[in-house]
Each structure stands twice: as C-alpha cells, then as structure tokens.
Design a protein around this ligand. Structure first.
Ligand SMILES: [Zn+2]
Ligand SMILES: [Zn+2]
Length: 251
C-alpha cells in the first residue's frame, strides 16, 4: 500500500460498522430464524469485504504502482508551493510520471489518480478510475441494506410498543422491564436512527452520482465548475457595481 496512517473519520466508520453487527443482532432477535441470522452475517461480511478492498487497494495510476514495485521508486513528500502546480505540462513532479488530462494528484494520498472523482475521508482513499465501480457498488448495497434494516427494526419496535393495544404482532414478551428488555429497546432505537441516517445519506449520494453521470462529470469537475460559476457571478456583481460607481461619479 502506497498510503500510511489512519484518519479520525476512518476510525469512526470502522468502529461504527463493527459495533452495528451485535447491535443489529440484538435488535432483530425477536424475529430471528436460522436463515435470517445467516443472512445478516453474510450481508455484514459482504460490506466489510467491500470496505476493506476499497481501503487497502491503492487507486493510483498503474504506472506509479509498476514504478514503485519494479524500480523501488520513492515519492517526495507533498509540499504546497503557492503558484506552482504538482502536475505541470502533463508531468507530475512528485510521482515523476506523464499523466492523462483527467488525472489529479491527491495531496492526502500523495499519488496521481486517473479520472479523479474525490478523496473519500471515510475510506481514506481516493475514488477514481481504478475503484469507482466498486465504490458505487458499496453505496448501492449500503442504501438497500440500510433501508431494509430500518424497516425491520422500526416494525419490531412499533409492534412491541403497540402490541398491548391492538395485538399487532406475536412477539412473546411479557410487560416486565428487565435489563435484557431495556438493552433490546435501546438496540432497536439505535438501529432505527443509524439505518435511517445511513439510508438518507447513501441515497442522496447515489442520486448525486446519477446526476453527475447524466452531466458526464466527476465530483471534482462538478465542484470546480460550481466554484468557477460562483467566482464568475461575483465578478459580474463587481463589474456591475464598478459600472454603477462610475455612473454615479459621472453624475
Ligand atoms: Zn502525482
Ligand atoms: Zn486521496
């Protein structure tokens, strides 16, 4: 791996993902069957595998990987120099390779990424040509799984609280508030909150990437175009205000 270190965002996402497995089990156990428990374990392992691949696999241009392995090439440390770009005349000064037009040098990963989309702080890796499809698979999977788990945990929780009134479900519970009961209610509530939040954020991200696909843009290009439009707008306002000032002065 050409990157090192672990970020706070990455730590948070790992801890949350690891803790959500026992919490989810604890929340949905009233409707557990052997098939459902196996399904949950398989789903979690599937998500872990995607996250591990996206974290471990470098998304740099293949030429840099080859150069590092075969020629024991060591990159210089990234240093921001005002007025100077890392890539000049299609040549990266740090990776020391010739790059394509849509390649960008990420200062956090400190390597060149073909068709650079963005640097994901949760995975601490860049998303680009090498891993974009896998990243989208993770987002789609997370959105779908979060939606299903949100529905299941909400249903169980609502069913438990409303059972005494209308007998909505056949969960075999008595009315006693034991520690196990409290733990279960807290787990179910955490699941409802976490999976709803995950569903909303991943679906929004998915919608954003569908829009980008239609526009034929990457996230990076989209942000740059927005910034340019903003600067252009401010430029227009200042031109207008300058004209107005001149008009007023002349008057
Ligand atoms: Zn580079
Ligand atoms: Zn990066």
């Amino acid at each position: 791996m050409l990157r090192s270190g672990i970020t706070n965002y990455q730590c948070f996402s790992y801890i949350l993902t690891i803790f959500m497995l026992p919490i989810t089990f604890s929340a949905v156990w009233p409707i557990f069957t052997p098939y459902l428990s196996v399904a949950f374990v398989v789903i979690f392992i599937y998500i872990y595998i995607l996250v591990i691949i996206l974290t471990i696999k470098d998304s740099c241009v293949p030429e840099l990987t080859r150069k590092t392995k075969e020629e024991n090439f060591v990159r210089k440390k990234f240093k921001s120099e005002p007025g100077r770009h890392v890539i000049e005349n299609s040549k990266c000064n740090i990776c020391e390779i010739t790059v394509q037009k849509e390649t960008k040098h990420c200062k956090r990963c400190n390597y060149c990424v073909a068709k650079f989309d963005h640097h994901c702080v949760w995975l601490n890796n860049c998303i680009g040509e090498a891993n974009y499809r896998l990243f989208m698979l993770l987002i789609i999977s997370m959105s779908f799984i979060a939606f299903c788990t949100f529905i299941i945990s909400s249903y169980i929780l609502i069913a438990w609280f409303s059972r005494s009134k209308n007998g909505l479900v056949s969960i075999n519970y008595d009315n006693e508030w034991t520690w196990m009961r409290i733990l279960w209610v807290v787990s179910a509530a955490v699941c409802v909150f976490v999976y709803f939040f995950t569903f909303v954020t991943t679906t929004h991200l998915l919608y954003f990437h569908i829009r980008l696909y239609k526009l034929g843009m990457t996230t990076y290009k989209f942000i740059v175009s927005k910034r340019r439009a903003k600067v252009g707008h401010i430029g227009q306002i200042s031109t207008v205000s300058q004209t107005n000032t001149r008009t007023y002065s002349q008057a």
